[in-house]
Design a protein around this ligand. Structure first.
Ligand code: PNS
Length: 160
């Protein structure tokens, strides 16, 4: 039986931390569906389509990784896709409160769904998409934070 995991998130934009978590998750499952959440309440820098395109470029070399988007509940998306596992990255204790709440609520909505938390490589622990956006907006170097294609997309977005 193929074990499928969903790795959901905003990915605005995908960072090296996200990439690290996806690759680590392949030690646990056969396929990972990286799923960009279309969240109308957030004002993103990149559109959902742009984020899917960036993620697809980053993971183009790996057939075990699929990139897509979803709207509605994650629990419903996971059920439809036959995924029994949700992957989430945990960087610091401060992430835990929100993440555990979400994991318990997703289990309430879909009892067969297990959330697995993975810790990124130490040197990527400080990364977040919001910091990357801010650094790029202020003309800083994001080369240590994102793949070159994502850095180029940030440059373009900020008119450079
Ligand atoms: O990268 P983020 O912004 O921390 O990801 C949050 C995300 C997209 C995983 C979460 O907001 C989500 O699952 N959204 C889909 C809607 C949903 O299922 N909400 C209830 C969660 S218990």
């Amino acid at each position: 039986m193929t074990r499928i995991a969903v790795y959901p998130g905003s990915f605005d934009p995908v960072t090296l931390g996200h990439e690290d978590i996806v690759r680590r998750s392949l030690a646990l499952v056969d396929r990972v569906v990286v799923a960009v959440a279309a969240n109308p309440s957030k004002e993103p820098l990149f559109s959902v389509d742009e984020r899917v395109t960036l993620l697809s470029g980053v993971f183009a070399d790996d057939e075990q990784i699929e990139v897509t988007s979803f709207d509605g509940l994650l629990a419903d998306f996971a059920r439809v896709r036959g995924a029994g596992v949700v992957i989430r990255g945990l960087r610091a204790v401060s992430d835990f409160e929100y993440e555990s709440q979400m994991a318990l609520m997703n289990r309430e909505l879909y009892p067969e769904l297990e959330t697995v938390f993975l810790v990124p490589a130490l040197h990527l622990t400080y990364l977040s998409s919001s910091l990357v956006r801010e650094i790029a907006r202020l003309n800083g170097d994001v080369g240590a934070c994102v793949s070159p294609s994502v850095a180029a997309a940030l440059d373009k977005k900020f008119g450079r």
